[in-house]
Design a protein. Structure first.
Length: 460
């Protein structure tokens, strides 16, 4: 904590630019970093100065803690914003910044580490009095004999999920439908977790099918204030990548919202959480909610929260990091002004989801009432093949969900991207889908949608 006059933005692309926009609004200078293929990229042009950090593969550039800290020192930056992805949830990066006398614009290394262990996170939620999905309290000891694991699994009940302790975001998850599948799923999950996270520990959780994925954004300052926000509905995911997010959730009324917000804030207070974070819940059809995990970063979908509350979350991340007190009206943060929807526009084939990097020969962004576009892209920009495929985020806001949908459909129609394939046609199909329009969403939405889509393609 301390003076923040120059921020090193340890990221690229859409979020690199988004963070620099907040810095500009606050009158804070910006420093960009770039890899070989990003020389001259939008986030570099947007920054006041820029430094090369290595070759294009992330492991040799955007994931290099030593180079980030070195650039911050050389540039005279006093703070670092990690964006999302890359080093955003790396406790060693947060600690390296602190050790170098730099303000890390995010939670403490201790909070990142605690929530990075999904079993420690479940224990923190339980201490906070927040319900968790039934499952094991601790990692499964890897010497535990099969019959003892089976006895634990029986108590939790099937179907269940084997999850990586160091995982999160659905990475390294395995479904187990019955006892006969247990030992092979455990072996597979352990080996996958070992290679993906360098830690093979796993735990068990009852698998809730047909529930919704609803999350609560929050901000915590260094004076003990935690402010939760209106929920986001994030059930529409493909391979654990969100496709469409919205706020609020159509099934959450004021009472449930206050209870979920209070539960999320209690978890954050229990661990002394500061800066921006998000608590993920599963919400079942009886209105019961269960803690899943906490994301200790700014999330891709933060704009839907910004549009329904009028709060600039990135600006608040910086203000919190420099020691300010959150003086937001807590009631306003829980009272949605209308409805917002975000479509992630990816450089992907809309049917096969194969990556589609390359040059944007045409790039016309939509505008008009209730439309926001967060992107780094422009005509002639080349999407490099080395990073995630997000070209931009299209966010629509209206007085209610119907108006937000209408504005999103209008904006998707007038978003023209040529030269690569994008998920715009997929979004247009989803927005026309009767189940989507009815708002009856669940984590099974995408499977059902794909089935309806294939059936429709057959009769053609
Ligand atoms: C679950 C779950 C059901 N039961 N855990 C996926 C992302 C990660 N943050 C948590 N995720 C889930 N965890 C239990 N015990 C359902 C999801 C989930 C999901 C699963 C399959 C297909 C789409 C999904 C969308 C959101 C959440």
């Amino acid at each position: 904590m301390g003076h923040v006059t120059k921020i090193l933005v340890a990221n690229r692309g859409e979020i690199g630019v988004r963070v620099m926009r907040a810095c500009r609004d606050l009158g804070i200078a910006t420093v960009a970093v770039y890899s070989d293929c990003d020389r001259g990229a939008p986030h570099v042009r947007y920054a006041d100065e820029a430094f090369h950090v290595g070759p294009s593969p992330p492991a040799e550039s955007y994931l290099r803690i030593d180079r980030m800290v070195d650039v911050a020192r050389r540039a005279g930056a006093d703070a670092v914003h990690p964006g999302y992805g890359f080093l955003a949830e790396n406790e060693h990066f947060a600690a390296a910044c602190r050790d170098a006398g730099l303000t890390f614009i995010g939670p403490s290394p201790e909070a990142i580490a605690l929530m990075g262990s999904k079993t420690a996170a479940r224990q923190a939620a339980t201490r906070a009095g927040t319900p968790v999905v039934p499952g094991t309290e601790s990692p499964l000891p890897d010497t535990l004999p099969d019959h003892e694991v089976a006895a634990i699994a029986d108590r939790i009940g099937y179907p269940l999920l084997v999850k990586a302790v160091a995982g999160g975001g659905g990475k390294g998850m395995r479904t187990v439908n019955g006892a006969e599948e247990l030992s092979s799923a455990l072996r597979a999950a352990r080996s996958e977790a070992g290679s993906a996270f360098g830690e093979s520990a796993v735990y068990l959780e009852r698998k809730l099918t047909g529930a919704r994925h609803v999350e609560i954004q929050l901000l915590g300052d260094h004076h003990g204030t935690v402010v939760p926000f209106v929920e986001r509905e994030c059930s529409i995911q493909r391979r654990h990548q969100k496709v469409i997010e919205e706020a609020p959730s159509v099934v959450v009324n004021g009472d449930l919202r206050r209870r979920m917000a209070a539960a999320a804030a209690a978890v954050a207070r229990t661990v002394g959480y500061t800066n921006a974070g998000t608590i993920e819940f599963l919400l079942d059809d009886r209105g019961e909610f269960y803690f899943l995990e906490m994301n200790t970063r700014l999330q891709v979908e933060h704009p839907v929260t910004e549009l329904v509350t009028g709060v600039d979350l990135v600006q608040w991340q910086v203000r919190i990091a420099r020691g300010e007190r959150i003086d937001l009206d807590a009631e306003r943060c829980l009272a949605p002004r209308g409805h917002a929807i975000e479509c992630r526009i990816n450089a992907e084939d809309p049917r096969t989801f194969a990556p589609s990097p390359g040059r944007l020969t045409t790039f016309h962004v939509p505008g008009g009432p209730g439309v926001r576009v967060d992107t780094h892209a422009y005509e002639d920009y080349v999407i490099p093949p080395h990073y995630d495929s997000l070209v931009g985020k299209l966010i629509a806001h209206g007085r209610d969900r119907a108006e937000a949908i209408a504005r999103m459909e209008r904006a998707l129609e007038f978003f023209v991207i040529e030269g690569i394939r994008t998920t715009i046609p997929l979004h247009r199909e989803i927005l026309r889908d009767p189940v989507y329009r009815s708002g009856r969403l669940s984590t099974r939405f995408m499977e059902g949608f794909q089935a309806r889509r294939e059936k429709a393609a057959e009769v053609e």
